[in-house]
Design a protein around this ligand. Structure first.
Ligand code: GLA
Length: 415
């Protein structure tokens, strides 16, 4: 019996049941050990975390978008250890640099560039032209005289791009390896007749004088690329040194993707110097991986676009899984998880991160940037609604999450 008891204990079988239920010779059952649960994976020791940039070095530089403050606060050591590239979350946008016509505020960006240079990191320039951060001085003037007005707007665009490109190329040689020349030029709604964001102040300004008279709103895009290419040439650089990119969101959504591809295709057909497409990749934990791959393939398959590259420019994975109405009308958004989201959600996020990085490992993808370094700072705490989000690879204390470990360790199991 002694041996039988040991075997049954080990098997997690209760002795009472094995003895037929209490009518036997034992007066009190021995204490029962709890069944042994399958072991739950534990987060590895943070001290054993390998540098993310080293693990991805064979594929692409990996970066984070930051504010200058991150170069001196607790984020700095994380950035230096893990990232080989940086993006300015805001301070290289016209709203910061373009104080007034001919007046440039480079100081905040210089902090970031100097940090990158000291630490041998690349920088993605973001961005010359964006409908959301276009200072009004670009569009000043008398619209009644369409010819003069359009020429003035165009000259301001050229002067701005030339000055900003030259500043960074001259002062930080070899650091800026790409510029998002135009950000978010495509319409969200598929429209083959006009795939452009027609409400952009750039589009509107360029179309003063009337489309019927040849003033096409979308021409600001070709102009911006042409001016960036002029500036690149003036700096003695080529597309090998600095990529000129069209950046947009939702390229993993077929209708939006079709608009973006139509725009890029028409730029290529017109001989406009464009080097690639930036895919923002602000995705949710339910993201369709097939559509992510389709976004890269669409660029690879453009006619005359065999030399185009794909950059992932603003990656984050929301822990929520909201319907479209949440983004449009702010209705139907998932309830706030609060400060401690369920492990199941973080595990799903980690699995998605692993699959995303596996999808990124293809020759056409030559840069991947996360939109933040750690969960202590993310725009998704206020967009699409105010709510706690945890979309990045490092937690609010800067420690590696399951999402980090799934990216660097293909064999790791999540709880
Ligand atoms: C867009 C822009 C970024 C940033 C994010 C949200 O994706 O391209 O510069 O502003 O929105 O913060």
């Amino acid at each position: 019996m002694g041996n039988l008891r040991a075997v049954l204990f080990a098997a997690g079988v209760t002795l009472l049941a094995a003895c037929g239920g209490g009518g036997g010779g034992l007066t009190s059952p021995p204490a029962q050990p709890a069944p042994v649960p399958p072991s739950t994976p534990q987060l590895p020791d943070p001290a054993s975390a390998p540098p993310l940039k080293t693990m991805l070095d064979a594929y692409f530089p990996v970066g984070a978008a930051i504010e200058p403050a991150s170069t001196t606060n607790a984020d700095a050591s994380l950035l230096v250890k893990h990232m080989s590239s940086l993006t300015a979350e805001n301070v290289m946008k016209p709203e910061t640099i373009g104080t007034a016509e001919g007046v440039y505020n480079f100081a905040p960006a210089d902090t970031l560039l100097a940090f990158a240079q000291t630490n041998h990191m690349k920088v993605r320039g973001h961005t010359f032209v964006w409908h959301q951060t276009a200072p009004a001085w670009f569009f000043a003037g008398d619209q009644a005289d369409a010819v003069t007005y359009r020429a003035a707007v165009r000259n301001r665009l050229r002067a701005y791009i030339h000055a900003v490109f030259a500043h960074f190329a001259t002062n930080y040689p070899g650091t800026v390896h790409a510029w998002d020349v135009v950000n978010e030029a495509a319409s969200d709604v598929r429209n083959a007749a006009n795939p452009y964001r027609t409400t952009s102040p750039w589009y509107v300004a360029y179309e003063v004088g009337g489309r019927a008279n040849g003033y096409r709103g979308e021409d600001y895009i070709a102009d911006a690329f042409t001016f960036a290419n002029e500036a690149r040439t003036n700096a003695g650089l080529t597309s090998t040194d600095v990529k000129l990119m069209l950046n947009d969101y939702n390229t993993e959504v077929p209708g939006k993707r079709a608009n973006v591809m139509q725009i890029v295709q028409s730029l290529l057909a017109a001989g406009v110097p464009i080097d690639g497409v930036g895919h923002q990749m602000h995705v949710q934990r339910s993201v369709n991986l097939t559509e992510v791959k389709a976004a890269f393939e669409a660029v690879e398959n453009l006619s005359g676009g065999s030399s185009l590259v794909n950059h992932v420019t603003e990656l984050d994975v929301s822990i929520y899984d909201d319907p479209g109405s949440c983004f449009e009308a702010k209705t139907g958004c998932q309830a706030d998880y609060g400060a401690n989201p369920p492990q199941s959600v973080l595990s799903q996020q980690a699995t998605v991160y692993r699959e995303l990085f596996n999808a990124f490992k293809r020759p056409s993808v030559t840069s991947v940037t996360l939109w933040g370094i750690a969960d202590n700072h993310t725009w998704l705490n206020s967009f699409p609604v105010a709510r706690t989000n945890r979309p990045l690879l490092f937690d609010t204390a800067g420690l590696p999450k399951w999402a980090f470990w799934t990216v660097v360790d293909p064999s790791i199991s999540v709880p």
